[in-house]
Design a protein around this ligand. Structure first.
Ligand SMILES: [Zn+2]
Length: 215
């Protein structure tokens, strides 16, 4: 199995792809020329996007891809609350956030729609792969992680290696993260390979979120 990764110049956000014949399973959809070239070079016709949450940098690629490919967007049941709201998906303040990071990419406020919604613990089947969704709110109310089999975890902005997630965006909630989500993360196997929304992959046991417990 190959997990291909692409980093967007906007907020250095990751998209991860699996491919099977002319289909692509995408975890988040970033804006990236490299991703677009990869899809064309592999003859991809149909894309299924599983969203870790609705923040603009993780979904901006949907605007680029939806007219060119057969696209199905899948989110948690709480996804539409962010996807359909320019303030909650942060697209209304994307240029301000970008300017703090020294970026001059211009982004107009936008909304996107999902077509399919997952409940906590629901398993999504795609070409022989099984992805289980787990609700992990805190960074945003719609944040989820996806297990790919038992060894891999797509964690969005919920788990990073060296820093705690940002919990102060609109809809973010520190108490929810520490009281609800962190105990769930603490219960997971430390050998899981985590693919985060920003930065490279790491073993869950190496995350700062787990270190308090492990040490
Ligand atoms: Zn986010």
């Amino acid at each position: 199995m190959n997990i291909y990764s692409f980093v967007s110049p906007i907020a250095e956000t990751n998209t991860y792809c699996l491919i099977h014949n002319d289909e692509c399973l995408m975890i988040d959809a970033v804006r990236s020329d490299e991703l677009h070239t990869f899809l064309l070079e592999n003859g991809i016709k149909k894309i299924t996007v599983l969203l870790t949450h609705g923040h603009y940098d993780h979904v901006l690629g949907i605007l680029d891809l939806r007219n060119e490919f057969e696209l199905m967007v899948v989110s948690s049941e709480k996804g539409p609350e962010l996807l359909g709201n320019t303030r909650k998906n942060l697209s209304a303040v994307a240029n301000l956030i970008g300017s703090f990071r020294g970026s001059n990419n211009h982004i107009e406020p936008f909304t996107v729609e999902a077509q399919f919604f997952l409940k906590d613990r629901e398993v999504f089947h795609w070409n022989g792969y099984e992805l289980q969704v787990r609700y992990t709110p805190g960074h945003s109310p719609d944040s989820v992680c996806y297990f790919l089999g038992e060894k891999y975890l797509f964690a969005g902005d919920t788990i990073f290696q060296n820093e705690y997630p940002m919990l102060r965006f609109p809809g973010g909630d520190k108490d929810t993260y520490y009281n609800y989500t962190k105990p769930i993360i603490d219960s997971w196997d430390g050998n899981l390979l985590v693919y985060p929304g920003h930065g490279g992959a790491f073993k869950l046991s190496a995350s700062i979120v787990r270190k308090e417990l492990d040490e």
